[in-house]
Design a protein around this ligand. Sequence first.
Ligand SMILES: Nc1ncnc2c1ncn2[C@@H]1O[C@H](COP(=O)(O)OP(=O)(O)OP(=O)(O)O)[C@@H](O)[C@H]1O
Ligand SMILES: [Mg+2]
Length: 307
Amino acid sequence: MSNISHELRTPINIFYSTIQHLDISLIKSDKDFKEMYRKYRKTLHVNCKRMLRLINNVVDISKIETGILKGKFDYYNLISIVEDVTLSVVNYAQLKSINIQFDTNEEEFIAKCDPSMIERALLNLLSNAIKFTPENKNIYVNIYVNDDFAEINIKDEDIVYIVEEAALSLKDYIENKNIELVIEPDMEEKIIQCDKYEIERCIVNLISNAAKFTPKGGRIDVVMKDLGDQVEILIKDTGIGIDEKYHNSIFDRFNQVIDEHSEVKGGSGLGLTITKHIIDLHKGQIFVSSEINKGSTFKIVLKEKIN
Ligand SMILES: Nc1ncnc2c1ncn2[C@@H]1O[C@H](COP(=O)(O)OP(=O)(O)OP(=O)(O)O)[C@@H](O)[C@H]1O
Ligand SMILES: [Mg+2]
């Protein structure tokens, strides 16, 4: 803390002496005043900024220590936030002949974030980078969106087979927990357009949730209905259920139900987010209906033809 107060005092002293100079010049009002004024004004400006940054850091640190620092989160384009911050230090870096290179593979990536916190975090990292990079060298700022997930590999596939395989792969695990698993397709075969690995992933996510949140002695039904140009897949359990107020938020990243009747059973709270994303990419739908202590049903509706 004493180091910080020393640093806080330095710019203040510079303000004072600069202001004194200005006062004297103002009284004398000589010809060179304009030029001098410009020079001192710059010193004031730079030091004001430095001072503000220091004060902000001190305030933030004490907020972090007391647990008060909370972001104001909303949806923003993360790419342009990072790009703007980078651009704002380009001139400053050029004073040291450091070249800053920005690169991205996407123009837009909307993320829930607090832009002012991201700006501050990046500015801290960038100013360190500038400080510790020798003249005539480069600094690279890269923001890459991981898009392995943006595309699905659509083929004609038998959805009955995919769902059965997914369920069978979990059968031993479920039966070892003393839960009954019943697979009931109402058709022998149904060809639809889908990515079989991704759909299998969804079914595995839903059945493992059902197994995770159903006590022993319970039952899980995997039901399939042929609706002609659509197919319905239901995963029903007799588990702890989900309060209606959580029916939307469980599909958000990292969200897990934490209330008096449920207990968090590990996991990351990503399974349903990924599942919904995959179903969206298939232009399908996912629904939940549930009653506390009675059980939950997750329903996926997939189209026979996506396009
Ligand atoms: N069948 C279910 N019965 C009761 N609660 C459920 C059921 N499925 C999901 N939930 C609730 O929704 C939350 C989010 O589910 P999700 O699959 O996204 O995450 P998770 O299972 O906790 O972790 P992960 O799947 O990433 O390992 C769960 O933590 C749980 O509270
Ligand atoms: Mg899960």
